[in-house]
Design a protein around this ligand. Sequence first.
Ligand code: URA
Length: 300
Amino acid sequence: MSDQEQQRAQRAVRQFMQSWQRSGLTHIKHIEPAPVVSAPVEVVPPAVPESKTSLRIRPVEPETPPERTPVSPPEPAVEHVVEPVVETADPRKDMSVPRTTKSRLSKADRQAQLDIVAGEVSQCRQCPELAETRTQTVFGVGNPSAKIMFIGEAPGADEDKQGEPFVGRAGKLLDKIIEACQMKRSEIYIANILRCRPPGNRNPSDTEAANCRGFLDAQIEIVDPDYIVCWGSVAAKNLLHSELPIGKMRGQFYEYGRARVVCTYHPSYLLRNPSAKKNVWDDMIFLFEDMGVDLKATQN
Ligand code: URA
């Protein structure tokens, strides 16, 4: 990336953050990069009234409904609140519309753009309490071209110390889940709703999540994953603007931009409630089945 391109990308990230701050949740438009790589992320401020935003966040039916183990107690049929609700009365009715393909950026260029955003994050002081108490910011880690992106809640003490998401006890369990899915941690991109540790590991406030949202969306925009896994209710609630408990969000796909989103229990919850591991495994089977991978065949 030339200096000039880097400056353009930095400017784009700044504009991105400012436009989000000014207008709340609206949309990010993909600009297809020219065949020659090195195009910076270009973020376009909302061009439509908020009620007509083009960002889609909605539940979608899997192409082949997988068999699912009933969650105990049995849960009522699909019911959710997702904003902004757009365009169609039945959000599931155009599942036949093919999803667009991944943006054509090289892995190196995605990494370069992530590095620029990470630089912005490291300087961020939008949440005074977090900026005051953090050891460092925890941006995200993994494959900048990942097909799957994981989103957790916020760094804990270990992450704050090491500067990487999911490196503590919950992270070790997450690693085991990744391994059970026949993947490597380095193949996935991992981020959180927040990039700073909330003191005492309290839940992120709505303001903190909103302050950090532009960074998360920049990461999603750059990595442009096919799938996102929201680990736990904080991730699911914030990404999808849903008030439903996590147990009720499981078992179906949502859309966030181009990505299909699955919501499941947080690894920390699994450490306290090991019996829920079965549910998470079901969710991984559900996700991987959509990708054409039969995880059940890997079980013995
Ligand atoms: N829990 C999270 O949600 N994220 C981390 O990075 C670590 C623990």
